[in-house]
Design a protein around this ligand. Structure first.
Ligand SMILES: Cc1cc2nc3c(=O)[nH]c(=O)nc-3n(C[C@H](O)[C@H](O)[C@H](O)COP(=O)(O)OP(=O)(O)OC[C@H]3O[C@@H](n4cnc5c(N)ncnc54)[C@H](O)[C@@H]3O)c2cc1C
Length: 455
């Protein structure tokens, strides 16, 4: 390998805002809207041409983390802005009722309307959105993060900000700022290429529970199909269409390094080949799929875990499984540890019935770095704890907290997030309807049909 020295250059600062949000997934959407509604001037920058992150680019079968289960009743654990997002999605025909499955509940959804919901939210909140722009460097000011530099078709440009919010999923801004992080390639979760099949007899699919699906796919393996995974999630939202979370993509038998563009390129192509293999296996071995066809794969492979940024506090698996509480709790989560390791089945570790844990605000602050708060799957958690809190519903909740906290710190503390009055942040979240994990959540009885449909 040879290196070259690039020429020094001048970079145009195109914008100055109170809060700059980088990455428009579930955490970024919530952060940008919440910051703008707190009175901040906000810009959201995203590398794709639409918002939603994994919700819309990878596509998921259902939004997880919104609910817990308590004695058969569904607990509402993520409220606030998430309630509004779900309402708007439902009004566009993109969501209906939560489904109870295994020992949890989640909300099946249609990814396409989510893009429009996000566009509307940004426009109404007055968030300036820039698509097709990749964050490549941070601007440092007085020893802390003071903005970000982007590359896009119209050149290299900067945004200065009172506070930057890292919602890139990969902790890209925190890493550029020099934060400590972990990404243990030997111990990562495997990624998945998401698939949708059309031409499916969804009535027959509903009669096939997870155990039966596992048996059918093991039979396919016995018949010679080299399937890496024989247990997975299947959700039917639109007529004759199912969404499958079923592939497990490796490179040389291990998870691809999500920080290697060479390995991820190999994984993308392999995931698409795998989608065709699963189609044939389903056609031949699983009831309801005889006439199935491959509708699409996600626009990109789904990465469950990459950098976990070290924060002022790191939440671990014991705290997750025991339902830990913190004075600075800003979100509640009951999603199990859902680990996609090397086995053909997924490892689930359930929290005891009715139990949920809080996520402390300190997990959102990258250790030793000023001017930057993060939200989403890159927050400070151990590998196992991250396998629980990474789900989209929980990312909405963390994002809302990060957005309000960023706006408050920019307005009242010159961007110093560690000077933030955390009880005031919590009070503001509660005022906006968020459930922070204090006391008991609202519950409701799921209808029988909802139970059935998600088996
Ligand atoms: C295969 C798979 C299946 C899953 N299944 C489910 C499920 O069924 N239900 C569920 O709730 N959760 C599921 N999850 C987990 C969940 O989808 C994600 O962990 C969660 O949505 C992450 O949200 P986020 O906002 O942190 O990041 P993301 O959704 O990844 O958003 C990050 C955004 O930042 C942008 N970005 C990144 N880097 C840059 C940069 N340098 N410059 C500009 N923009 C940038 C990205 O384009 C992206 O839009 C699944 C995840 C995977 C991978």
């Amino acid at each position: 390998m040879t290196n070259i020295t690039e020429a020094e250059r001048q970079t145009e600062i195109r914008e100055r805002v109170d809060v700059l949000v980088v990455g428009g997934g579930s955490a970024g959407i919530a952060a940008a809207v919440a910051a703008a509604r707190t009175g901040a001037s906000v810009m959201l920058v995203e590398r794709m041409g639409f918002l939603g992150g994994t919700l819309t680019s990878v596509t998921l079968g259902s939004i997880c983390g919104l609910y817990g289960l308590d004695g058969g009743r569904v607990q509402r654990l993520v409220r606030g802005l998430a309630d509004e997002i779900i309402d708007r999605l439902a009004r566009r025909g993109g969501a209906n009722a939560p489904k109870v499955w295994l020992q949890t509940a989640s909300l099946p959804y249609h990814p396409e309307p989510m893009k429009r919901v996000a566009d509307d939210l940004m426009e109404e909140a007055g968030v300036a959105v820039r698509f097709h722009s990749l964050a490549v460097e941070v601007i440092r000011r007085e020893g802390r993060v003071g903005g970000v530099i982007f590359e896009s078709i119209d050149g290299r440009w900067g945004v200065e900000a009172g506070v930057v919010v890292d919602t890139t999923g990969d902790g890209q801004i925190a890493a550029l700022a020099g934060a400590e992080w972990r990404c243990d390639v030997e111990d990562l979760q495997f990624p998945t290429t998401m698939i949708r099949f059309g031409g499916v007899d969804t009535k027959a699919v509903e009669k096939t529970d997870r155990a039966a699906l596992h048996r059918h796919l093991e039979a396919a393996v016995a018949a010679g199909f080299d399937l890496p995974r024989t247990a997975g999630g299947i959700f039917a939202f639109n007529a004759e269409v199912v969404h499958l979370n079923i592939t497990r993509v490796d490179v040389d038998g291990r998870p691809p390094n999500p920080l290697s563009v060479r390995e991820m390129s190999e994984a993308e192509a392999k995931g698409r080949r795998m989608a065709e293999l699963y189609l044939e296996a389903f056609r031949q071995h699983v009831p309801g799929y005889a006439n199935a066809w491959l509708l699409d794969t996600g626009a990109q492979i789904g990465v469950r875990e990459s950098r976990r940024i070290a924060g002022d506090y790191t939440i671990d698996e014991d705290e997750v499984l025991s339902g830990a509480r913190y004075e600075d709790g800003i979100a509640a989560c009951a999603w199990p540890v859902e680990e996609h390791g090397a086995d053909r089945a997924t490892r689930w570790v359930w929290l005891p019935d009715g139990t949920f844990y809080q996520i402390p605000w300190r997990c959102l602050l990258p250790k030793g770095i000023g001017g930057l708060v993060m939200a989403g799957r890159c927050v400070s958690a151990t590998h196992v704890a991250q396998a629980s809190l990474r789900v989209a519903g929980t990312c909405f909740a963390m994002g809302e907290a990060a957005g309000i906290g960023a706006a408050m710190a920019a307005a009242r503390h010159g961007g110093d997030l560690r000077a933030l009055d955390v009880p005031a942040l919590r009070a503001e979240l509660a005022k906006r309807g968020a459930f922070l994990g204090d006391g008991q959540p609202e519950t409701f009885q799921p209808a029988g049909a909802e139970l059935e449909a998600a088996r």
